[in-house]
Design a protein around this ligand. Sequence first.
Ligand SMILES: [Zn+2]
Length: 503
Amino acid sequence: MYIALYARQSIDKENSVSIETQLEYCRSTLPPDERSLTIRTFADKGYSGKDTNRPEFQKLMQEIRRGRVQKIVVYKFDRVSRSIIDFSDMLQTFKEHGVTFVSSQECFDTGSPYGEMICKILMVFAEFERASIINRIRDAYEKRSDMGLYPGGKKVYGYDLEEAVISGVKTKRFVPNPEEAAQIRCIYQIYANPTVTLRRLQDNLLEQGITPLSGKDWTTGKLSALMRNPIYVRADEAVYRYFERRNTQIVGELSAFDGTHNIQLYGRSKHDKSLEDWSDMKIVLLESEGIVDADTWLKCQQKLQRNKQAASSTSNRTSWLGGKLICEKCGHTMTTVKGASKRYFLCTGKTHKKTCTGIKETIYVEDMEALLSNCITQKLKGQTASASESHTETEVQLQALKRQLAEIEGQLSRLSEAVLSGNLNEELIAVLNSKAKSLSAEKRGLLDRMDELSVRSPAPLETIDLVRRWRRATFSEKRAICDILVKAVVIAENGDPEIIWNI
Ligand SMILES: [Zn+2]
């Protein structure tokens, strides 16, 4: 039996931590009584973490299955894998063979209660991700849409379909139909005016003689559905953020949202789309062009959203906290009740059994969920208190360095813009070049310092970023994670909650 240290470095990254440094770091974090044990190192150089097809890693897994390894130490989570599914499978294998797994930078140890909890949570997220992958494979529509391909179905008003080859696949492309597109633009423009209602818009179109070129007359329902469609927007960063805030899954890089291309929205969501959480919806940036500018489109969304909220403020959704809240006074669980405007929790001792006078304060579901969500975020960050002090200090230093770096990068790009503009004489270009050189040297220095700092500081679990996953979790994921972490939330008579954690 021995201790295995595993390191991986991909070649494509300039400022990544070297194999030697990783192994050194792993060694330095071993407790004194383990340093005398046999230690073997495994290292994959020039391999990425996108899958587990790495020779040394495979060798290590074989050794584990043969029962020769008692503990694995890595520098950081992402050295092992960047995929949560691979990761969770590995943890399962480690568990079966009694191997403890330690990520030294993240202070993560499967032998500790915190590590054990994280493992359970990782498994939950992996399970949901696996399920969603299976769905995705089944769903050709979604797969084609992911690639920005026309998924088939009805023609969209405002666009014609043109034969095209995208990513080597024969498909169709949206091309704006001039007359229809002009109408669409007109509709958005009128409605973007704060005082214009859907009804007023409909009348206005009639007055102006703008009738659909195909199909029947406009109705407020049709107009509202039409304007909601992101197929018409020339998507920019603001639009990206709009969907990001709603937890929509986004296919495509932020940089590609350049205010030209339009968006396809899809997903199998059956629930009320007026809810702010669209985590089971997806958007993909298309190759075709939008018809309406982002600003106008977003203005209309805000108005439409307000209408919808007014119409269905009492959505019939339960809480992912369901069954966790307990009335301190009588010990009964609390159930959600639909109020005039919002859902709230009531003691079942009061409502069903009439034996309890209940909680004096109104416990709104959204408030309690928000509170718990924050507490769970803190729990997932879960660094040990002792490590956090030095951590924040280095964090501050790192932030400062990052700001400096951004500034230098800004200066460099301005310099190169100036040089490329071609309006400069040779002398000036020489001056700018030497300035650029010294800036580049400064940049390298900064990157080195940042590397150094991040090697020293214990980082939170960034790679398998649980906090981010939690923030974007769907209703059922939240329920499952909450189940692992929270035993109960006891509500005192004055409404004060006390969370009882499972660990
Ligand atoms: Zn009660």
